[in-house]
Design a protein around this ligand. Structure first.
Ligand SMILES: [Zn+2]
Length: 492
């Protein structure tokens, strides 16, 4: 007995002497769906200032490539001419050919899967790789959130669009096609082991946050939350097995959670609005209209992405081992498709406020010596540049966004028109901005071993996942070491 106590003391001294940053505790990945450098510039010019992550040390800045694997069946801008394989990104062609970056782009599902599993995959894939190609056979992939779960960490996804949409799904679920919303939501609810799921997609509210009860005979109303039966289980508090989900679906509930009152073990948060927190509300303008942000009053009954993020952190911090969290500003992309820069700036503001909430949490409740924060996108959307580009005149290409001063709309134009000027814009294959800070950042910096003449050193989206997997391998190693010390101790 005396011997055991002595050993416990020795172990405690060893652990106390070990550096505090021996392994990662929390990983927070923030994704502005659809951002590129021009989207950041436009937001900065409107506000007259840059965001903290854009302002240099202690934040690291890199670029990231986003392209996917193509199988030959994709339509422009995702693919074309039957090309199959990985088209990739060539910095020399990117800046000597106006069309180059507008083709062979990724969609959000393939991009999220790449960032979450480390594998390039096909358009629409949720946690699946191309597989062997026989009978359309697909390969089930492992997410970083699954590695976190296997280590006993808490996990969560938060988004400003439907909770079962491409990006949140692409960080935890498995489905061969992103459009299978109900099945994807059910996997997130019953199988993924998540502690937090939050987003829009409420069956009983319209796009303006008005009460519009779902039609029980039409499956579409209930798809984003897993179907009518699953929704009724969520409302009854019975969905989710041993530790059922607590459903929060009103603003008061989100506010209560964010202030830390009565924090449940698992929270399924559905903002009371149809598809997006704010982007889809009335007052949308036409393509390339220079209407400023906030010209139409915001919906007052819907939580912000920042409020949801604060609540998510309250739930996840209950796990003393740490957590993995993905936060998506999902409608930046929708604003890019719709070529609505005013609304895009609004969505960037929402994302940036969520970023502020994350930083506040790290500094108050954790620390940069145990938490890694990554701030990036998944692909650019809209091919946004300054006005006046003539595709036939190389001297006008890649014109920068024009700074017209604080509170004035910058000079801009969305150039992506894959299906013509009267259709939505598409994604591009640009190298997008990537920022990181905290424990393990050096792994990401080391991965950025290629250089773009405009965007500087860059890594690939798959390397984001590989870095996080490496951090979790390291954490598993630390655990094994501590356990073997503990086990071998008393016997000596
Ligand atoms: Zn998109």
């Amino acid at each position: 007995m005396k011997h055991t106590i002595g050993w416990t003391l020795v172990l405690a001294l060893i652990l106390a002497a070990a550096p505090a940053d021996a392994a990662v505790r929390n990983v927070i990945v923030m994704i502005s769906d659809g951002w590129g450098q021009s989207q950041l510039d436009a937001t900065a010019y409107w506000h007259g200032e840059r965001q903290p992550y854009e302002s240099g040390a202690p934040w690291h800045r890199l670029g990231m490539t986003t392209y996917m694997r193509q199988e030959g069946w994709e339509h422009p801008p995702y693919g074309g001419n039957g090309f199959a394989g990985i088209h990739g990104y060539d910095p020399a062609q990117a800046w000597s050919d106006w069309e180059y970056q507008q083709n062979h782009v990724t969609d959000s599902a393939a991009a999220a899967t790449a960032m979450s599993t480390g594998v390039k995959t096909y358009q629409g894939a949720i946690g699946y790789g191309v597989g062997d190609g026989t009978d359309g056979g697909r390969e089930r992939l492992r997410h970083v959130s699954e590695a976190a779960e296997s280590l006993g960490l808490a996990t969560g996804v938060v988004t400003s669009v439907m909770l079962s949409h491409g990006t949140p799904a692409g960080f935890c679920a498995h489905n061969i096609q992103r459009e299978n919303f109900a099945a994807i939501a059910r996997e997130m609810i019953y199988d993924c082991g998540l502690e937090v799921v939050m987003g829009a997609g409420h069956p009983n509210y319209d796009r303006n946050g008005g009460w519009a009860p779902g039609d029980s005979t039409r499956a579409g109303y209930w798809a984003f939350v897993g179907g009518l039966e699953t929704w009724l289980d969520l409302e009854a508090g019975t969905a989710g097995g041993e530790t059922p989900w607590t459903l929060i679906d009103d603003l008061a509930g989100f506010k209560r959670l964010a202030t830390g009152g009565d924090v449940p073990a698992r929270v399924f948060g559905v903002a009371p609005v149809r598809h997006t927190l704010q982007w889809e509300r009335d007052g949308l303008t036409t393509y390339n209209d220079p209407e400023p942000p906030y010209a139409t009053p915001r919906i007052e009954t819907v939580p912000t992405l920042a409020l949801m993020t604060r609540g998510a952190l309250k739930v996840l911090e209950r796990d003393t081992d740490g957590f993995f969290l993905m936060v998506e500003g999902g409608a930046v992309d929708w604003a890019g498709h719709g070529r609505t820069l005013g609304r895009l700036i609004e969505e960037q503001d929402g994302f940036n406020a969520a970023f502020d909430a994350v930083v506040e949490w790290v500094e108050a409740e954790s620390g940069w010596d145990e938490t890694l924060v990554i701030v990036t996108g998944d692909h650019e959307c809209g091919f946004l540049w300054g006005p006046g580009v003539d595709p036939g005149d190389a001297g006008t290409w890649f014109a920068p966004i024009v700074d017209n001063g604080r509170g004035r709309m910058p000079g801009f134009r969305f150039y992506s028109e894959p299906n013509g000027p009267d259709e939505d814009a598409g994604h591009s294959n640009e190298v997008i901005p990537f920022f990181c800070r905290g424990y393990g950042s050096e792994r990401l910096l080391a991965a950025a071993d290629e250089t773009d003449p405009v965007m500087g050193p860059y890594l690939d989206n798959t390397e984001l996942a590989l870095a996080i997997f490496a951090l979790y391998d390291e954490l598993a190693g630390e655990r094994r070491e501590a356990e073997s010390l503990q086990e071998s101790g008393p016997q000596r």
